[in-house]
Design a protein around this ligand. Structure first.
Ligand SMILES: [Fe+2]
Ligand SMILES: [Fe+2]
Length: 167
């Protein structure tokens, strides 16, 4: 279902559609992370991916609760945006031989994923509040906080790598 199909008539429909979009995205991320863990060379990066895999499983559970709180069936809808980000990450990683360069590519790919999630959760929280669903907003905020913390950790690791090279 495209974003601008006639099936989306109200703000509530749009909220649910976007919830389905991020639900699909989180599930794709759970599938993609094990390969990133395997490819990462830096121990801190590998461990960071591992702990975010566990967090991502928690994001899925929170989303399932939001569907239930809102009286909607738990369901995903194809999200070509996250598929594209993950495909590109796999393509680039496949072309990098140098281990440090590979880690830099993995960090960049992971940040693209986090930023996608952050934009979706930011929107969903605003819409949940607009729809009078502060309970859903609070649940979604927990996911957003973890995405932001992960993004900040990735930035730190990227900066550490750059500094190491400069030293
Ligand atoms: Fe997530
Ligand atoms: Fe994430």
């Amino acid at each position: 279902m495209g974003l601008f199909t006639k099936d989306i008539k109200t703000m509530d429909d749009l909220f649910v559609h976007t919830l389905q979009d991020i639900y699909y995205a989180e599930n794709q991320i759970v599938k993609a992370l094990p390969e990133m863990i395997e490819k990462a060379n830096d121990a801190q990066l590998r461990q960071g991916f591992q702990s975010h895999l566990a967090e991502t499983k928690g994001h899925i559970q929170r989303l399932e609760q939001v569907f239930k709180m809102h009286g909607k069936e738990v369901k995903g809808v194809d999200c070509p945006a996250i598929d594209g980000i993950i495909d590109e990450a796999e393509d680039v990683a496949g072309e990098v031989e140098d281990k440090r360069v590979l880690d830099a590519a993995l960090i960049a790919a992971a940040q693209a994923v986090e930023h996608y999630e952050i934009t979706r959760y930011g929107t969903l929280i605003a819409w949940a509040k607009q729809l009078g669903r502060n309970d859903c907003a609070a649940m979604l905020q927990k996911n957003l906080d973890e995405e932001k913390a992960t993004d900040a950790k990735l930035t730190q690791m990227a900066e550490k790598a750059v500094n190491r090279k400069a030293a």
